[in-house]
Design a protein around this ligand. Structure first.
Ligand code: ATP
Ligand code: MG
Length: 561
């Protein structure tokens, strides 16, 4: 099926290839992609790009997309990761074809194919250490050295490989190698290792196997076995492609082949993305687990308050490229701001409260103020919140001795309280430390928002929360985890040297409007004038925790301009 005419001009290079293949009736015009994570960590935003691409193309062309776990390395893989990966893919809004697939389901078939390669004289058992083998690989301009075991007889190879499988040898004692070309200009073709001995328990096959296939030996055949038509991967695998083709050419008679297409991986500024580095952050307790809201993991972004729609929009916006580049993390933040602007109810919250008393407001009186919930969403309706003569406002919305352009509250100055009245600051009191303790104001009853009889012009409008009904909460202000644009890109310094010491700031004494007490984990709001926030998963009635997703404006862009 071709995309409608109107979408044509925006086709990316992968879509162009797919549409050409469909037009030519290749693979009966089927489109079948796959997303093949190794379950050795949580998925990150780079994976999200790959997920959106693979599942998105399957959706667009009425095809299928498999979720396949590349679980060929038992020492690093765990069921916890398998479960988190499934949850993340579904949370992003995608559903895989049938059940998830596992490379480990093909261990038997891969083994039989390895035996077939030995019988054809295309694979041999090498007794040398992996270290020696890599030393003998040579360089791109200098041919490698042939192993002394390269010309073992088929019978001897079959026997030794069988013994490897039985578990007769310790780890590292032997490997099975493809017999290709030690002088190939492509280093990956210089008799690559196909199997290694690993006496390790596998999260699915248990202790059944003592030998495990290398990723490069398993990957192309896994694609083949699943009937994948377009196998999308990142650029570094371009040089592996001839090897994947070589294996299939030795093993398969039919003409069907998965077509590998390489695209540029996503790099984000101010972020590290390799799973090994993310694991370091978790293991060294730099962050609180894989779903710490500062992590670029999907679980972290979710906990931070990102929506699936915002991540999909981001993936769409950055598109697919053939050359590596780095995307400004500001673009990701822009995408979530754009989405939350549409859906997040506006509420009032004071993060750094100072008491404000309206001296001429009738004592013990409370009234209801009506505020609309979301100007971007007419369906969102409105709500009432209490107002009285005792309120909290933000500490930095008041200055004793303000500079000229300070349009907020100061002695003898007037401001409007959002949705309520215009007030004037009469005096203030300090505490023993010299900090402002209470601000005393007067109000003008005729200036009520919407219905007031007096039109008063003031330069500033402040958010506020009524004191007696205010809800207490802890608010966590998250910022970028690194203060360097490319923390992993320094030759002389470890990425940990660039941790942002202020990436988490906890405000433990926040005052929120009453409705923010009855919330569930994940609920999202715009705290007016401050930013977008969501309820943390550890939040409970009576001990509320809110996470800042993003400030309202890109403060980093302003700082750098
Ligand atoms: P890492 O290097 O962080 O360990 P990986 O590439 O080894 O990542 P896999 O689990 O093998 O992680 O990745 C699964 C799929 O996600 C692969 O197809 C890979 O190409 C893709 N992928 C991984 N990182 C990125 C990225 N930064 N941008 C786009 N796609 C990515
Ligand atoms: Mg990988």
């Amino acid at each position: 099926m071709e995309a409608p005419e109107k979408d044509k001009k925006s086709l990316n290079f992968i879509e162009n290839i797919i549409e050409e293949d469909i037009k030519n009736g290749k693979n009966d015009s089927r489109v079948h992609t796959r997303f093949p994570p190794e379950p050795n960590g949580y998925l990150h935003i780079g994976h999200a790009k790959s997920i959106c691409l693979n599942f998105g193309l399957a959706e667009k062309y009425n095809g299928k997309c498999n979720l396949r776990f590349d679980d060929t390395n038992p020492t690093k893989e765990e069921m916890e990761y398998v479960d988190s990966i499934k949850a993340d893919v579904q949370w992003l809004g995608f559903q895989w074809n049938e059940e998830p697939f596992f490379a480990s389901d093909y261990f038997e078939q891969l083994y039989e194919w390895a035996v077939l390669l030995i019988k054809k004289g295309k694979a041999y058992v090498d007794d040398q250490s992996q270290e020696l083998i890599s030393q003998q690989r040579g360089t791109p301009t200098r041919p490698g050295t042939m192993s002394p075991h390269r010309n073992r007889s088929v019978e001897e190879n079959l026997e030794l490989f069988e013994a490897m499988k039985r578990g007769d040898f310790p780890n590292g004692a032997k490997v099975l190698r493809a017999k290709i070309d030690m002088a190939s200009p492509n280093m990956h073709m210089r008799d690559p290792v196909m199997y290694r001995i690993l006496n390790a328990e596998h999260h699915r096959t248990g202790n059944k196997w003592k030998i495990y296939p290398m990723y490069d030996y398993a990957h192309g055949q896994s694609d083949y076995l699943e009937g994948i038509t377009h196998s999308l991967c990142t650029l570094e695998f371009e040089v592996h492609r001839p090897l994947y083709d070589w294996f299939l050419d030795q093993l398969i008679d039919s003409s069907y082949r998965p077509r590998q297409i390489e695209f540029a991986r996503l790099n984000l500024s101010y972020t590290v993305m390799s799973k090994r580095k993310l694991l370091d952050l978790v293991k060294q307790n730099i962050v609180n687990g894989w779903d710490d809201p500062r992590m670029p993991t999907i679980a972290g972004l979710r906990r931070r308050g990102y929506t699936p729609a915002s991540i999909r929009a981001f993936a769409d916006r950055i598109g697919v490229a053939k050359r590596d580049n780095t995307i400004d993390v500001g673009l990701l933040e822009f995408s979530v701001r754009e989405d939350l602007n549409k859906i997040a109810p506006r509420v009032m919250a004071v993060l750094d409260p100072v008491k404000l008393v309206i001296s001429n407001y009738p004592e013990n009186q409370t009234e209801e103020i009506t505020l609309i919930n979301n100007p971007e969403d007419p369906e969102a309706g409105s709500r009432n919140i209490p107002f009285s003569g005792e309120l909290f406002i933000e500490r930095d919305d008041f200055m004793i001795d303000p500079p000229k352009k300070f349009f907020r509250l100061a002695p003898d100055k007037e401001v409007r309280l959002k949705g309520a009245y215009v007030i004037r600051c009469e005096r203030y009191e300090l505490d023993e430390k010299g900090e402002v303790k209470t601000i005393f104001c007067s109000y003008d009853h005729d200036t009520k928002s919407g219905s007031g009889s007096k039109q008063v012009k003031v330069k500033g409008t402040l958010h506020w929360v009524e004191a007696k009904t205010a809800v207490d909460a802890e608010v966590r202000l998250y910022d970028r985890l690194f203060n360097d644009e490319d923390p992993a890109g320094h030759k002389d310094k470890d990425f940990m040297a660039f941790l942002n010491p202020d990436s988490l700031q906890i405000k433990s004494n926040c005052k929120l409007e009453p409705m923010l007490a009855n919330v569930s984990a994940g609920d999202k709001f715009q705290f007016q004038r401050i930013g977008y926030f969501c309820v943390d998963k550890d939040s409970m009635p009576g001990s509320l925790i809110y996470n800042r997703t993003v400030p309202l404006k890109d403060i980093w862009a302003r700082m750098n301009s």
